[in-house]
Ligand binder design. Structure first.
Ligand SMILES: Nc1ncnc2c1ncn2[C@@H]1O[C@H](COP(=O)(O)OP(=O)(O)O)[C@@H](O)[C@H]1O
Ligand SMILES: [Mg+2]
Length: 144
């Protein structure tokens, strides 16, 4: 439900959303639902070994949306930031979703939206924090 609402929010196309939470908290699952809601078809691979998995989908208005799913869990080589083009991705258009942003905190820009997931016995708790105007717009959409 969070994924579906986020997918419809204005400003989602170029947003940077950081996902926090322990292993198993549900970060990848939320990203998959969001990508699915944005029109990504087929199997959605987890980027754990590649650090980033790019996706593309055509929106209802016919425009193309680029999406980048990062998992910085194994990110450790600062050169990769430049060499793999991560800097360019974050400077360019498209939706950026990042698991384990703490691992690349020195390089990443401020996230528009921080999503923190906690497992609480049978339930999951989601905390959202907007850090930018775009992030505030995303939150606005969620509470509307
Ligand atoms: N909202 C949810 N409700 C129930 N189970 C969930 C939910 N989100 C994730 N899971 C389950 O929890 C496990 C770990 O989820 P995952 O998304 O891989 O976590 P993370 O990426 O944070 O390590 C998976 O088996 C997944 O099916
Ligand atoms: Mg994950």
């Amino acid at each position: 439900m969070l994924a579906q609402t986020l997918a419809r929010a204005s400003g989602i196309a170029d947003a940077f959303i950081a996902l926090h939470g322990d292993l198993g908290a549900g970060k990848t699952t939320l990203v998959r639902h969001l990508l699915r809601a944005l029109g990504v078809e087929g199997r959605i691979k987890s980027p754990t070994y590649a650090v980033v998995e790019p996706h593309e989908a055509v929106q209802l208005d016919g425009s193309r949306l680029n999406m980048f799913h990062f998992d910085f869990y194994r990110f450790s080589d600062p050169r990769e930031w430049e060499d793999a083009g991560f800097r360019d991705i974050f400077a360019g258009p498209g939706l950026k979703l990042a698991e384990w942003p703490e691992q690349a905190a020195a390089y990443l820009p401020t996230a528009d939206l921080d999503v923190t997931l906690h497992v609480q016995e049978e339930r999951r708790l989601v905390t959202l924090r907007a850090n930018t105007e775009r992030g505030a717009d995303l939150l606005q959409g969620l509470s509307a």
